[in-house]
Design a protein around this ligand. Structure first.
Ligand SMILES: Cc1cc2nc3c(=O)[nH]c(=O)nc-3n(C[C@H](O)[C@H](O)[C@H](O)COP(=O)(O)O)c2cc1C
Length: 319
């Protein structure tokens, strides 16, 4: 019998100098601080671990109910509950540092000052490899406008964080805007090393008997398969608008979903809501991507990133 050649497939990607062994990471807020999933997932196999968003001071979060299931997704209003930067560094970082996997810490604040303080403290901690800025939260000094929905406010907060840290800075965009490409460009010009998207889409579910919103916070963020086509479209627009790497997420449940994002231009993908349905989703997605590459005759993941062939006869930019 003839021996078939078995060439190794390269799955590794580079995000702003950060070497990932594969392009699959966790999405902030859906994987706790890593330890919670370590019973199900070998954390050494992940491309990167992204932890729950941290603020300088701990936060209790929103009143309950905080989550509600929706068709093909979920709406959450956790309210950014977290243990705070100091407790994270003291209690969670030692565990996460054991693994041979880059650690990306998601952070936020309700003022520019708070972003700067969080970035400062996290940057001085050993074992943090990159920072992801969640700008989908309100700015108390600007009438509670969401940082990531106003180009001027976004520019100010990203510029301030950029000055504070030497770590790779990933800016996570809010999809609740009209022109996502413009927002990505503003983030790039303000010093972002990479862009991640999408965060959740704002939504509401009404209890018709009570005639009240189901969530304690009234509105929440929609995630899961329902948002995926919107996310893929936005990733493609951002990929075309900027020259820094793009990390795609939004409703990725399996390898085929992840591949849509990679082909549309994402250099890495993050798995969120899927972790709640299937705790081993990340590993299955890594294996599925490798299998696809093998079947399609690719030896390097980088060859499919941004390989989308768009229809040149499309008449409208939008539909
Ligand atoms: C319960 C929950 C908590 C989340 N917490 C955060 C967070 O702390 N910081 C952040 O940037 N994004 C947070 N997200 C957004 C996710 O990281 C991700 O961007 C979004 O859910 C879309 O991906 P998915 O459809 O795969 O879940 C959260 C999402 C969910 C469902």
């Amino acid at each position: 019998m003839q021996k078939t050649e078995h060439r190794k497939i390269n799955l590794s990607v580079d995000i702003a100098g950060l070497k990932l062994k594969n392009p699959v990471m966790t999405a902030s807020g859906t994987f706790g601080y890593g330890e919670e999933y370590s019973e199900f997932v070998d954390l050494n196999r992940l491309g990167a671990i992204v932890v729950k968003g941290l603020s300088v001071e701990p936060k209790k979060g929103n009143p309950t109910p905080r989550v509600v299931e929706t068709p093909a997704g979920m709406l959450n209003a956790i309210g950014l509950q977290n243990i705070g930067v100091k407790a994270f560094i003291r209690d969670k970082l030692p565990f996460l540092s054991q693994f041979n996997t880059p650690l990306i810490v998601n952070f936020f604040g309700d003022s520019i000052d708070e972003y700067v303080k969080a970035a400062e403290e996290l940057s001085s901690a050993k074992g943090v490899h990159a920072l992801e800025m969640n700008i989908s939260c309100p700015n108390k000094q600007a009438g509670w406008i969401i940082f990531g929905t106003d180009p001027k406010i976004m520019e100010q907060v990203v510029t301030a964080a950029r000055k504070t840290t030497k770590l790779p800075l990933i800016v996570k965009l809010s999809p609740n805007v009209t022109d996502i490409g413009l927002m990505a460009k503003v983030a790039e010009n303000s010093g972002a090393d990479a862009i991640s998207l999408i965060n959740t889409l704002t939504g509401m579910v009404v209890d018709i008997k009570k005639r009240r919103p189901v969530l304690g916070n009234n509105t929440g963020g929609l995630s899961g398969p329902a948002v995926r086509p919107v996310a893929v479209r936005m990733v493609q627009e951002v990929y075309k608008a900027v020259s820094i790497p793009v990390i795609g997420m939004g409703g990725i449940m399996n390898a085929s979903d992840a591949l849509e994002f990679l082909i549309a231009g994402a250099r890495a993908v993050a798995i969120g809501t899927a972790n709640f349905v299937n705790p081993t989703a990340t590993i299955e997605i890594i294996e599925g991507i490798e299998m696809y590459l093998e079947e399609e005759g690719f030896y390097d993941i980088n060859d499919i990133i941004g390989s989308l062939i768009t229809n040149t006869n499309a008449l409208s930019k939008l539909t």
